[in-house]
Design a protein around this ligand. Structure first.
Ligand code: CDP
Length: 209
C-alpha cells in the first residue's frame, strides 16, 4: 500500500500534479479541497451564512461525496467559501474519516490539500509540498479563469490567492504547512511536465520504485 501526500498553497499546481502522479502509479486520487468547497456550496445553497459553524458542521457531516464532480466547485467563490469553513475545527474533524478511509484503500492513494502530510496522513510514504511565487500562481489561475470565461482581473486573482493563503496558514486548526519530512517542490520556473518529472524523482526516492 502506497500513500502519497501532495500539499501546497492556492493554485500551486498540486491538483494537476496529484492527478498525474496518481495515473503514473495507478492509484486513486482525492482532491480534498473539493470537500471544503462542497461544504461551502451546501451552506450557501441552504441560505446560511458561511460563518455559521453550526450549519457548516451539519452539512459537513451530511456531505455526499458523489456531489464532488460539480463544476461549480471550481469557481473563485467556492474557493473563498471553502477557506472560511475550512477554518472551523469541527468541520475539519467531520471530514477526516472520509479522507483517511480514502487513503486506506487497498493499494493506497494520492491525496492533495493543505494538511495531508501533517494531519490526514502523517504516515504517508511520500510527501511533497508544492510551492510557487504568488505572482506565478496568480497568473496560472488567471489564465485558467479566462479559459472558463470567468471574468477576473489579474490583480483580483492575486489578492484572492494572498488572502486565502494568509487565512489557510494562519488558522489554528491544521494550518497549511509543509510536514517536517516533506520534500519541497518549487515550481515557479517549471512547466507541468518538468514539475511532474521532478515529483516522480522525489517520490521514487521515497518509495523505491
Ligand atoms: O485549488 P486551490 O489550491 O485554489 O484550492 P483547493 O485545494 O480546492 O482548496 C480550497 C480551500 O479549501 C483552501 O483555501 C483551504 O482553505 C481549504 N482546504 C483545507 O483547508 N485543507 C485541505 N486539505 C484542502 C483544502
Amino acid at each position: 500500500m502506497t500513500i502519497i501526500a501532495i500539499d501546497g498553497p492556492a493554485a500551486s499546481g498540486k491538483g494537476t500534479l496529484a492527478k498525474l502522479i496518481a495515473r503514473h502509479w495507478g492509484l486513486p486520487c482525492l482532491d480534498t479541497g473539493l470537500l471544503y468547497r462542497a461544504v461551502a456550496r451546501d451552506v450557501s445553497a441552504r441560505g446560511f451564512r458561511l460563518t455559521d459553524a453550526w450549519a457548516a458542521l451539519a452539512l459537513a457531516r451530511a456531505l455526499d461525496p458523489r456531489t464532488l464532480d460539480d463544476p461549480s466547485l471550481r469557481s473563485q467563490a467556492a474557493g473563498e467559501g471553502a477557506s472560511i469553513v475550512a477554518g472551523m475545527p469541527e468541520v475539519r474533524a467531520a471530514l477526516l474519516d472520509y479522507q483517511r478511509a480514502f487513503a486506506a484503500q487497498p493499494g493506497g492513494a494520492v491525496l492533495d490539500g493543505r494538511d495531508i502530510g501533517t494531519v490526514v496522513c502523517p504516515g504517508a510514504d511520500a510527501k511533497i509540498y508544492v510551492t510557487a511565487r504568488p505572482q506565478v500562481r496568480a497568473w496560472r489561475r488567471f489564465v485558467e479563469r479566462q479559459a472558463q470565461s470567468e471574468a477576473a482581473t489579474f490583480d483580483a486573482v492575486l489578492a484572492d490567492i494572498q488572502r486565502r493563503d494568509a487565512r489557510d496558514a494562519g488558522r489554528e486548526s491544521a494550518p497549511m504547512r509543509a510536514a517536517p519530512d516533506a520534500d519541497l517542490l518549487e515550481t515557479s520556473e517549471l512547466d507541468i511536465e518538468a514539475a511532474f518529472e521532478a515529483a516522480v524523482g522525489l517520490i521514487k526516492r521515497k518509495i523505491g520504485r
